[in-house]
Write a protein that binds this ligand. Structure first.
Ligand SMILES: NC(=O)c1ccc[n+]([C@@H]2O[C@H](COP(=O)([O-])OP(=O)(O)OC[C@H]3O[C@@H](n4cnc5c(N)ncnc54)[C@H](O)[C@@H]3O)[C@@H](O)[C@H]2O)c1
Length: 242
């Protein structure tokens, strides 16, 4: 992605979860290019090493674990010199993983609510904003996984709650990626199902991670200062063809 400043104040802090791969990695690198101080969090350390090598702060953290979240937020606040102004709740399990429904909702929705609440309790500065990576599987449907569609719909309900009831402290928005070419969907475009689904995408291809990062960073940024509570599909036009 080209360097975008989007009205961000250089040096402002941002936490990106699930930053070791795919969409989160692209958001972390885009935010770094925009001059933000980035703290990249992930469950797995391997993807974080490269980001640390580029000067980003990193934290190994399972966002579904309350103690780990608190520890990572404290370490991030110390490293960045204050509570970050921006939060990207991007981490979430793949829809292809068979999970118990209740546990999956706890992981997928509870982690978003838990981290956002921790961050609000810590006191982010004025102009704070949060974006969640939801999915078109939440506002429409698109996967055989019951917990995935339910969880992605639920995180948008939480976003709307924040937008309506906590607008004095933050703006909250969500994006709905369509099929995006990240490691979890490796080989998808070439599969029979991939051909079938992509034939119904007006742009006739998967999205790239950087094509998700741009809209996420825009929604966080001062350029979007009057955008609050929206769900932005980023799906090559798939939603309008349904
Ligand atoms: N790829 C798609 O087509 C697509 C479509 C719609 C929505 N999404 C959503 O986008 C987000 C990112 O997905 P991606 O495609 O970039 O996947 P990815 O697998 O490339 O990256 C996800 C990263 O999140 C990390 N992660 C998973 N659970 C975590 C946890 N509990 N705590 C901390 N880190 C955790 C993983 O280790 C991984 O590095 C997910 O929420 C996913 O549901 C993806």
């Amino acid at each position: 992605m080209d360097t975008l400043t989007l009205g961000f104040t250089p040096g402002d802090g941002i936490v990106v979860t699930g930053a070791g791969s795919g969409i989160g990695r692209a958001v972390a690198l885009g935010a770094h290019a925009a001059g933000l101080q980035v703290s990249a969090w992930d469950l797995r350390p391997d993807g974080l090493d490269e980001l640390a090598g580029q000067g980003l702060h990193t934290a190994v953290c399972d966002v579904a674990d309350a103690d780990a979240r608190a520890e990572a937020l404290a370490a991030t606040t110390a490293a960045l010199g204050g509570v970050p102004r921006y939060l990207v709740n991007n981490a979430g399990p793949s829809s292809q993983v068979p999970l118990d429904f209740d546990e999956a909702v706890r992981i997928s929705v509870g982690s978003v609510r838990g981290l956002t609440q921790d961050w609000l309790d810590a006191g982010p500065p004025d102009g704070a904003a949060m974006v969640v990576t939801a999915s078109v599987a939440g506002n429409k449907v698109g996967t055989e996984s019951d917990w995935y569609s339910a969880s992605k719909a639920a995180v948008m309900g939480y976003v709307r709650h924040l937008a309506a009831h906590h607008a004095d402290r933050i703006r909250a928005n969500g994006i709905g990626p369509g099929m995006t070419d990240t490691p979890r969907l490796a080989g998808f475009a070439e599969s029979e199902m991939g051909h079938r689904i992509l034939a119904r995408v007006p742009l006739k291809r998967m999205g790239r991670p950087d094509e998700m990062a741009g809209p996420i960073l825009f929604l966080l940024s001062p350029l979007a200062s009057y955008v609050n509570g929206v769900f932005l599909p980023v799906d090559g036009g798939w939603t309008v063809t349904q």
